[in-house]
Write a protein that binds this ligand. Sequence first.
Ligand SMILES: *[C@@H]1O[C@H](CO)[C@@H](O)[C@H](O)[C@H]1NC(C)=O
Ligand SMILES: *[C@@H]1O[C@H](CO)[C@@H](O)[C@H](O)[C@H]1NC(C)=O
Ligand SMILES: *[C@@H]1O[C@H](CO)[C@@H](O)[C@H](O)[C@H]1NC(C)=O
Length: 366
Amino acid sequence: MASSPCLYLLLIVLSLWAIPCLSYTSFIFGDSLADVGNNDYLLTLSRADSPPYGIDFTPSGGRPTGRFTNGRTISDIIGEALGDSSFPPPYLAPNAAENSKHRGINFASGASGILDETGSLFLERIPLGQQINYFEEARNHMVEKMGENHTSEFLRKAVFSIASGSNDILNYLEPSIPFLGRDKMHASVLQDTMVSNLTTYLKRLHELGARKFVVVDVGPLGCIPYVRALKLVSKGRCSPTANKLVQGYNTKLRRGIYELNREMGPETMFIYANSYDIVIDLMRNSRQYGFVNANDPCCGGSFPPFLCFRGVDATESSFLCENRTEYVFWDAYHPTEATNLLIASRFLDGDASAAFPVNVRKLYEA
Ligand SMILES: *[C@@H]1O[C@H](CO)[C@@H](O)[C@H](O)[C@H]1NC(C)=O
Ligand SMILES: *[C@@H]1O[C@H](CO)[C@@H](O)[C@H](O)[C@H]1NC(C)=O
Ligand SMILES: *[C@@H]1O[C@H](CO)[C@@H](O)[C@H](O)[C@H]1NC(C)=O
């Protein structure tokens, strides 16, 4: 009877949550780096619902899915590597919670940040706090169907990934709009507010039953084509102002994660996933990793308005590079699938410089 609780669980929930006992379940929170289509259901300027977005995403036959890249996101790739080929659906998709095939839910939303007001220029988006409210709704639904104990057991094994913060920093870096007339807070106040709000949200997820966390830092935003154009940085360089701001935040985040691990005890683990150092290494050694262009976006351009789109014919479309695997950046803001593959493999199997204190595979197996 050793395996019976699992079988029992499976039978109870088959109609709603078909969960093979050893499957990888993941709940994903964050911004456009992780969005798999939530923004398609919102009134927003931040959308990836037209070609050539998704051009290399095999499950959709190359059609756009709301992913802000040419192929798979980092979470998609990690999910696949851990034996799950059905990606968690976007929460706002019809029947996302009832969809019996899925292995978790994706709450991420393009243009959103840790702070509620981040991304307001894009109109609708789901700030991190609201994403967690949505998770709570989904959890209530699970409790109704499987009961409190089975829900707790289910969530205890699931991996919760949180990748947010880039947009809070990008918004801060943008020139302020005079008629909105608000003074900028000091950079250290921004960093502290972000870390303390994120910590609050992580604790709330913990209260709701999450035990395995992957918290992704903010990547080197000073190196993305959009910021390099904004800050007039020459080819092959990154904006030191932007990267310093990010590094300050990441240092504070790392300390916050360390504290959380100490506070919460052995039943809970928070991983700090170091995308910053991985991407810096990739930019410095891009040739070795097989990239030919680490400066320009594959799609759109390096200059405002940075639009990546396909018009009715080639002359009306934005620039699209010949070989997408040779580019680090897909558009002015987002990495290509080729870059995502590299980051994902380091998160999954890398050493402590990539994911601390353990990598995602170890967290999953724990
Ligand atoms: C940060 O968290 C506090 C406390 O939860 C909340 O009141 C505040 O609105 C949050 N700030 C932002 C900018 O989201
Ligand atoms: C749920 O778990 C608690 C504590 O382990 C136990 O006392 C209770 O009987 C369980 N409830 C059900 C419905 O199994
Ligand atoms: C694209 O670039 C990669 C790496 O340089 C190379 O291996 C591949 O053959 C190229 N594909 C095409 C279609 O040219």
